[in-house]
Design a protein around this ligand. Structure first.
Ligand code: HEM
Length: 374
């Protein structure tokens, strides 16, 4: 999409896209403004949907004051300090998954590593037992792709099964609290009231969906960079202190979340364009992060980039809750990878399948050829 984004930034930076019935903004300054100015660009859609959207009441799709109340309930669990306590467990998972991947004759980095890692981490935080994690993975994948599936008969049962499963977990924790996020949320109150079952289900669903494919894409997109530019991987192996730079530059260069929606409740001006009330605006993060006016040589991957103010995790009050977790997973994954893997490249004849949503940027499969020093 990047050449098209560039053309749009130059020629048509605030644009109404007939095919998706939505406004689209492409420039860094505009994208940042739309994502940050919650008073004028709301995260709450005017039409709350048909009940199929489990996230409609979640923090992602609400404005203050409700947004702040919901977010404060889980903020503590996601601070860098709390997340650091998962260090050892995540490191163990990373190395176990690498063992399995390296033993494969036809390894696929997405299937064998980048998908199971975040899935297992968030499922454990919520308290999903390991024997149910395959089911979980199936449901979350289906829900992520369901936005492109016009066949309601296929989608409805999945939402029902998933909602039913979450509900039974919630009921179980009600009688027998444990040391997990669901038990904590059951104790939480807003204005003296406990969360409703729908709120609780929405919370779990949001954490699962927001945290999985995004992190999978970050890891997969980093390996794409290594395959396209082997010198970067070699430099990283020689100098592991560059890992944070690689993560941030991958977040900028191949932003895992391509775009996020906002909504106007009154007429709004962006540049010299007036957007009427009741419209949807897609803020194209993937384009903002390639804007030359913000990032010199925006189209090159620069391991030593200074002042990388990318907005891959958003900006302002909705800034990604899971950023510290995604960063820790990314860091431990890359540390283990450079220690154990000498070279990694996409298999020459591989047919990569892009993820077909307007929201995320990544691939569904990444067959790789690996050389190790083991
Ligand atoms: C919000 C990206 C990982 C949970 C966001 C937003 C972005 C984003 C762009 C802002 C949305 C908006 O302004 O409308 C990413 C990327 C990730 C990642 C690129 C990985 C590389 C995670 C993880 C979790 C998570 C691991 C949780 C386990 C959330 C939640 C929100 C959010 C709950 C909503 C915050 C709010 O509305 O206040 N993320 N995310 N994310 N993210 Fe992430």
């Amino acid at each position: 999409p990047y050449p098209w984004f560039k053309t749009m930034r130059e020629q048509n930076p605030v644009y109404f896209d007939q095919t998706i019935g939505s406004w689209v903004v492409f420039r860094y300054a505009d994208v940042k403004q739309v994502m940050t100015d919650y008073e004028h660009f709301s995260s709450a859609p005017p039409d709350r949907g048909d009940g199929m959207n489990m996230f409609a009441n979640s923090m992602l799709m609400t404005d203050p004051p409700r947004h702040r109340q919901l977010r404060s309930l889980v903020n503590l669990a996601f601070t860098p300090r709390m997340i650091e306590q998962l260090h050892e467990r995540i490191d163990g998972l990373v190395n176990g998954l690498l063992d399995d991947m390296l033993a494969q004759s036809e390894p696929d980095f997405i299937r064998d590593f980048a998908t199971p890692l975040p899935m297992t981490v968030i499922a454990e935080m919520l308290g999903v037992p390991s024997e149910d994690q395959d089911k979980f993975k199936y449901w979350t994948e289906q829900i992520i792709t369901s936005s492109n599936n016009p066949n309601m008969a296929e989608i409805v049962p999945i939402y029902q099964e998933f909602g039913g499963y979450l509900y039974s977990m919630i009921e179980q924790r009600r009688t027998e609290p444990r040391a997990d996020l669901i038990s904590d949320l059951l104790k939480a109150q807003i204005d003296g009231e406990s969360l409703s079952d729908m709120d609780l289900i929405g919370f779990c669903a949001l954490l699962l969906v927001a945290g999985n494919e995004t992190t999978t894409n970050l890891l997969g997109n980093a390996v794409r960079v290594f395959s396209e530019q082997p010198a970067i991987y070699a430099e990283l192996r020689a100098n592991p202190s560059l890992i944070p730079n690689v993560l941030d530059e991958t977040l900028r260069y191949y932003s895992p979340v391509k775009a996020m929606p906002r909504h106007t409740h009154a007429d709004q001006q962006i540049g010299d364009v007036t957007i009427p009330a009741g419209q949807r605006i897609m803020a194209v993060i993937g384009s903002a992060n390639r804007d030359e006016s913000q990032f010199p040589n925006a189209d090159s991957f620069d391991l030593h980039r200074k002042g990388n103010q990318h907005i891959a995790f958003g900006h302002g009050i909705h800034y990604c809750l899971g950023a510290p977790l995604a960063r820790l997973e990314g860091k431990l994954a890359l540390e283990a990878l450079i220690k154990r893997v000498e070279t990694i490249a996409i298999k020459p004849d591989a047919q990569l399948e892009p993820i077909p949503t307007p929201i995320t940027f990544g691939v569904k499969n990444l067959p790789v050829v690996i050389t190790t020093n083991e």
